[in-house]
Design a protein around this ligand. Structure first.
Ligand code: NDP
Length: 246
């Protein structure tokens, strides 16, 4: 499904990003595994991709850093020859009620989740335009669609990702570049593992399918959106949430 394609996945050492990287490789893509702090885990993902006979490279870069994103993309273009798919997966939470939220926690979440998405798109759109093709998939969240008490920073960043996605889809459609967002619900990863006991049961109780999702559920949707099968889909926000946002 993705043979001959090169994908750059941000935050691909762990969690959903890791699963997207491995799933894409399983469908035939070569994968650039971006990480920030998880060097060892990123190296393991690279080894996993190479064991499938695909090419891979791990590259350290904080998506918050505009210049570093440009450097990463230029270096990877030189190494792989082309990039066809960008997945903006890197994301953080700093949850708190507004009454207790430090300014730096608001800024940090916006800087990684929203500005980080801008930073990579800003550097990759020119090569995409030149090659007259490209796929951009941005990770939003059910929180960005519905809001969530205690996540005003995170929900704002993920709602921002939706606005960015739709605007970029309109700007880039005439160049055969699609831009879509995936909005996961409650997915079992490091990000959600802090929640346990009654709080977790309460969240799962609100999911129509009555279970948490897994990273593979999200990765398969990202793979579909990255493939030729989705060539007539752009500017959409696809929920992968067991029905949470119905
Ligand atoms: P995890 O906390 O498990 O992993 C976060 C990933 O983001 C890590 O790979 C981390 O890299 C990377 N990352 C964080 N900051 C940066 C940065 N500045 N630069 C580069 N990479 C960075 O999260 P998930 O896998 O659960 O989430 C992945 C995406 O899906 C996020 O955008 C999240 O908001 C979204 N999402 C997740 C949901 C869930 O239920 N899990 C629900 C809805 C959306 P490293 O370890 O190298 O620092």
């Amino acid at each position: 499904m993705l043979e001959g394609k090169v994908a750059l996945v941000t935050g691909a050492g762990r969690g959903i990003g890791r699963e997207i990287a491995l799933t894409f490789a399983g469908y035939g893509a070569d994968v650039i595994v971006n990480y920030n702090g998880s060097a060892q885990k990123a190296a393991e993902v690279v080894a996993g991709i190479e064991s499938m006979g695909r090419k891979a490279a791990a590259v350290q870069c904080s998506v918050e850093d505009y210049e570093a994103c440009g450097k990463m993309i230029n270096e990877m273009l030189a190494l792989f020859g082309h990039i066809d798919i960008l997945v903006n997966n890197a994301g953080i939470t700093r949850d708190n009620l507004m009454v207790k939220m430090p300014e730096e926690d608001f800024d940090a979440v916006i800087a990684t989740n929203l500005k980080g998405t801008f930073n990579t798109i800003r550097h990759i759109y020119r090569p995409f335009i030149k090659q007259r093709s490209g796929r951009i998939i941005n990770l939003s969240s059910v929180s960005g669609l519905l809001g969530n008490a205690g996540q005003s920073n995170y929900a704002a960043s993920k709602a921002g990702v939706i606005g960015l996605t739709k605007s970029m889809a309109k700007e880039l459609a005439s160049r055969n570049i699609t831009v879509n967002a995936v909005a996961p619900g409650y997915i079992e990863t490091d990000m959600t593992q802090a929640m346990s006991g009654p709080a977790k049961e309460a969240v799962i109780g609100q999911i129509p399918l009555k279970r948490a999702g897994n990273a593979k559920d999200v990765a398969e949707m990202a793979a579909f959106l990255a493939s030729d099968k989705a060539s007539y889909i752009t500017g959409q926000v696809i929920s992968v949430d067991g029905g949470m946002a119905i």
